[in-house]
Ligand binder design. Structure first.
Ligand SMILES: [Zn+2]
Length: 249
């Protein structure tokens, strides 16, 4: 019987041992998230092994399987070698993969989301302000999955926000005007510099993170607001957040 094959770009998001010689692999692809099998890659002679590494961008040829599809060929497009040789950057990549996993369903075609991932992995590979790259990623994946935080109009009354706005509501999903902020007990305090940072990252391409000088206090504030919002949507703690925090000195 002829195998049914398809070719796709992919990023390897997670790998686990499946049997003595095979690995189970979680892929992000333009066709959606997929759990697939890489056969024989735990053996030293495997030609495939070097092309299914964690956090690499590849072109793959897959065979439709009864339950799980099988990788039959893989060619690395981008190995993201700086990212993969630096523990701090690796911890960011785990977080990026975790968030993507939480915000997507299997086999749901979404090319823009895949392109966002390629961009952020490339950013983590080459840019210096990796924490700002993560904030950029959070804002943009939230946008693409229908949770774009409201940063220009009050998330409750839709009135245009002014510089006076100083509360972010993770439960409503955006910044509140002073009047509505009083009524929302979940709203978190947000300084003006943090407000401007979030707006800027939401509207600009990823490249700008290298040109920004942002204080540690404002970075920490932006991280807390977006983490709390993401945590509220996915309703769980991510292991990768613990990993990221553990690397902090
Ligand atoms: Zn309002």
């Amino acid at each position: 019987m002829a195998e049914r094959l398809y070719r796709t770009e992919s990023i390897v998001l997670r790998r686990s041992d499946f049997s003595e010689s095979d690995r189970l692999i979680l892929l992000a692809t333009p066709l959606g998230k997929r759990r697939v099998v890489a056969k024989g890659v735990r053996k030293t002679m495997s030609r495939l092994a070097g092309h299914v590494e964690l956090f690499t961008h590849n072109t793959m040829l897959l065979a439709l399987g009864r339950n799980l599809d099988i990788i039959t060929q893989s060619q690395t497009i981008h190995g993201f070698s700086s990212l993969r040789s630096d523990l701090a950057r690796i911890s960011c990549a785990y977080y990026v993969a975790d968030v993507y996993d939480q915000f997507t369903q299997e086999e749901e075609e979404n090319r823009p989301l895949f392109e966002l991932l390629v961009q952020v992995f490339d950013g983590l590979n080459t840019r210096n302000n990796t924490d700002l790259a993560l904030r950029w990623y959070e804002l943009h994946i939230l946008h693409q999955t229908g949770y774009r935080p409201q940063l220009h109009y009050c998330a409750v009354c839709q009135e245009a926000l002014t510089e006076e706005a100083n509360r972010f509501s993770p439960t409503i999903g955006g910044v509140l005007c002073p009047r509505d902020a009083q009524a929302d007990r979940t709203a978190l305090p947000m300084g003006n510099a943090c407000f401007r940072l979030l707006r800027y990252l939401q509207s600009q391409p990823l490249e700008i993170v290298d040109t920004m000088t942002i204080s540690a206090t404002v970075r920490a504030e932006a991280e807390r607001l977006l983490r709390t919002y993401v945590r509220y949507i996915i309703e769980r703690d991510l292991k990768s957040v613990t990993f990221l925090n553990s690397l902090r000195t």
